[in-house]
Design a protein around this ligand. Structure first.
Ligand SMILES: NC(=O)c1ccc[n+]([C@@H]2O[C@H](COP(=O)([O-])OP(=O)(O)OC[C@H]3O[C@@H](n4cnc5c(N)ncnc54)[C@H](O)[C@@H]3O)[C@@H](O)[C@H]2O)c1
Ligand SMILES: Nc1ncnc2c1ncn2[C@@H]1O[C@H](COP(=O)(O)OP(=O)(O)OP(=O)(O)O)[C@@H](O)[C@H]1O
Length: 294
């Protein structure tokens, strides 16, 4: 078995996590390949002495890899998705972060979960992604042109709202007058979209959510649409530019550009451990069922 390891940060809490993982994998003769920046961080702290192979870009993650282990929070998993891209390599998140909604393995019982991995007793949860094209073309969108959580447009350098003309498969839906608009995947439905009043979708649902950010048309509500829909946006406002985000990445786009958002032809495989299901995560991390009165 060959496993890629990726992380973005080093903190004191990283040491026991790294040690647990490396001891477990070395004991079980698993080949480890570490992302070069992350390896430099942990070597600097002298946590590991052995020499390890490294990778530094998505092009080095080929079909010989069985899995990518992401050590961090949700932001780290979103970055990990930009490394595996359309390779199909499953991602398993070890939560060294704060909420870690997408990172299923808690740092307290790493051994137990890694045993499930090497025994191949996990399932894959296929995640829908969104891609964006802009006319005229925007160079910043050429390289990593997909999002696992959401694509959003929002106002830039102003408190003034923007107007977002929105078309679904060529038919006008609405002109939102708002701070912005979020097009969310089922995975992203527990992120930014949820904070703006959007519904939660289970990850396997074949839908997308369109959620306005603070709309001044008070009757505009989050809308669930089929994930085959082609969404077209045209933004206008007082400033010349507005912001477009794809998960944690952001770029500036000129007004009147035409943005087209579609489902990507590939999906990201997230590793799901039988005891750590999406429904359990809703209860444990979004505190469903917690009520001080009972
Ligand atoms: N007001 C908001 O809720 C808000 C605003 C901006 C971005 N976000 C989310 O943050 C993501 C980018 O992450 P970042 O690390 O760069 O920003 P960040 O550091 O501001 O973290 C945002 C928070 O959102 C949580 N989060 C991210 N994806 C999630 C998901 N699918 N389900 C549940 N929680 C999730 C993270 O755990 C983190 O606590 C965006 O894709 C967006 O979904 C949320
Ligand atoms: N490898 C790591 N070791 C220790 N702590 C980490 C590591 N990676 C991330 N963290 C901690 O988690 C925080 C958040 O990490 P990250 O950016 O991956 O997630 P996030 O998007 O903020 O989501 P979350 O709220 O789930 O942590 C970091 O600021 C850091 O405190």
């Amino acid at each position: 078995m060959k496993i890629a390891i990726y992380g973005q940060y080093y903190q004191n809490s990283t040491e026991p996590i790294i040690k647990d993982i490396f001891v477990f994998f070395n004991r079980n003769n698993i080949e480890i390949v570490i992302e070069s920046h992350f390896l430099a961080l942990i070597q600097e702290k002298k946590i590991i002495e052995k020499e390890y192979k490294t990778f530094s870009s998505h092009s080095e993650l080929d079909s010989s890899f069985d899995m990518l282990l992401s050590i961090g929070g949700d932001g780290t998993i979103l970055r990990a998705a930009t490394l595996v891209r359309d390779s199909g390599i499953p991602i398993l998140g070890i939560n060294a972060g704060r909420l870690g909604f997408l990172a299923t393995v808690q740092k307290e019982n790493i051994d137990e979960f890694l045993q499930v991995v090497i025994d191949k007793k996990y399932t894959l949860s296929k995640r829908t992604l969104l891609s964006l094209t802009s006319a005229p073309e925007n160079e910043a969108l050429n390289d990593i042109n997909f999002a696992m959580n959401e694509i959003s447009v929002s106002r830039k350098d102003t408190t003034s709202m923007i107007t977002i003309d929105t078309y679904l498969n060529g038919e006008i839906l609405n002109s939102y007058w708002a701070d912005g608009l979020i097009i969310s995947t089922p995975t992203g439905s527990t992120g930014y979209s949820l904070s703006c009043g959007g519904p939660i979708l289970t990850p396997d649902v074949k839908s997308l959510v369109i959620t306005p950010i603070a709309p001044h048309n008070l009757n505009a509500r989050p809308l669930v649409i089929p994930d085959e829909t082609e969404i077209m946006l045209k933004v206008s406002g007082r400033e010349e530019n507005y912001l477009v985000s794809l998960d944690s990445r952001i770029t500036s786009v000129r007004n009147e550009s035409v943005l087209t958002i579609k489902k990507t032809p590939f999906q990201i495989n997230m590793v799901e451990i039988p005891t750590e299901t999406f429904l359990k995560t809703l209860r444990s991390k979004l505190l469903w069922g917690e009520d001080k009165r009972n």
